[in-house]
Structures are given as C-alpha cells and as structure tokens.
Design a protein around this ligand. Structure first.
Ligand code: 4NP
Length: 161
C-alpha cells in the first residue's frame, strides 16, 4: 500500500485536481487497493473550502466525481506518507520548513516525474485550468509509470475486475 499525498498552496485547485485524477487513474488500472490518496495545503488560507469552481468545472466536464474540503498539512501526514508530491518550488520549501530535512527523500515535485521536469504553476494566477489539468494528468501518469517500473512487486492488481 502506497500512501500518496498531493500538496499545493491552498488545496482548492492543483492538489485536489491531482487527488481526483490519480484516484481515477489507479482505479482504471485496477490498482485502487494499492493506494491511499489524499491532498493537503501548505497554508491555512482556504481551510474548509471546496474545490475552486473553475477547477471543479474542468474536473466535472472530464467525468471526475469528488467531494473535498481544503485542509492544511502537518508533520504527521508527511511522516505517514510514502510520497509527498507538490506542485512548485514554493510548496517544496514550505514542506521542508514543516518537515525539516529528515523527510526530504519522500518529498517530490510532481512534474519532475516527466522527462521535461515541469513546474505546475498556480492556476489561481494563470487562470488556465485546462493547462493545469493536462500538466497534472501527464505528471500523474509519469509518476504511476515510475512506481510500476520501480515497485512492481508492491502493486496489487484488483482480483475481481
Ligand atoms: P492552489 O491555488 O494552491 O492550487 O490550491 C491557490 C488557491 C488559493 C490561493 C492561492 C493559490 N489563495 O491565495 O487563496
């Protein structure tokens, strides 16, 4: 079982998009039982709020179902995670300041699983939610392919498909 935690600044745009996308992706591959997938904010600025409407719209248009309320990450979620996947360098340094250097080996930029190593910019500022969706989708695919090639024996495919 892999405990995967997606992280962004507010937990109302990028990380809940990643949570919904990755949950559906592993479900479609028959791998749901191998993962626990959540998302968190580095800040408390949107605590308790639902997914930001333009991000929710893009997800719903593409067939994703989700319920979500923003929540701030704490050290215990980092300790319990196998992979903490954040979106940009500011998220990364916030996580380091929460966790210290002891947990650096499990904190990654999600977009760095792609060969071109992208930063997933904040659509709160770019207003391009389609681009954000595409970047998160392709990065999640690359992350899953990484797990399949490096941890094949730890992935249990659903028995009854
Ligand atoms: P997110 O986007 O980090 O992708 O959820 C943001 C959401 C809210 C704010 C900033 C970024 N804000 O400043 O409230």
């Amino acid at each position: 079982m892999f405990n995967v935690v997606f992280v962004c600044l507010g937990n109302i745009c990028r990380s809940p998009m990643a949570e919904a996308i990755f949950k559906k992706m592993v479900e479609e591959e028959g791998l749901s039982y191998s993962f626990n997938i959540t998302s968190y904010a580095t800040s408390d600025c949107e605590q308790g709020n639902p997914v930001y409407p333009p991000a929710a719209r893009v997800l719903r248009e593409k067939g994703y179902n989700f319920t979500h309320r923003a929540k701030q990450i704490s050290l215990s979620q980092i300790k319990n995670a196998d992979y903490v996947l954040c979106m940009d360098r500011s998220n990364f340094s916030s996580l380091l300041s929460i966790a210290g250097t002891g947990y650096m080996d499990k904190i990654y930029l999600l977009g760095h699983f792609l060969p071109e190593k992208i930063i997933i910019d904040d659509p709160w500022y770019t207003n391009d939610f389609e681009r954000t969706y595409n970047e998160i989708y392709s990065s999640c695919k690359a992350f899953l392919n990484h797990l399949k090639s490096t941890h094949a024996k730890a992935l249990n495919y659903d028995k009854f498909e």
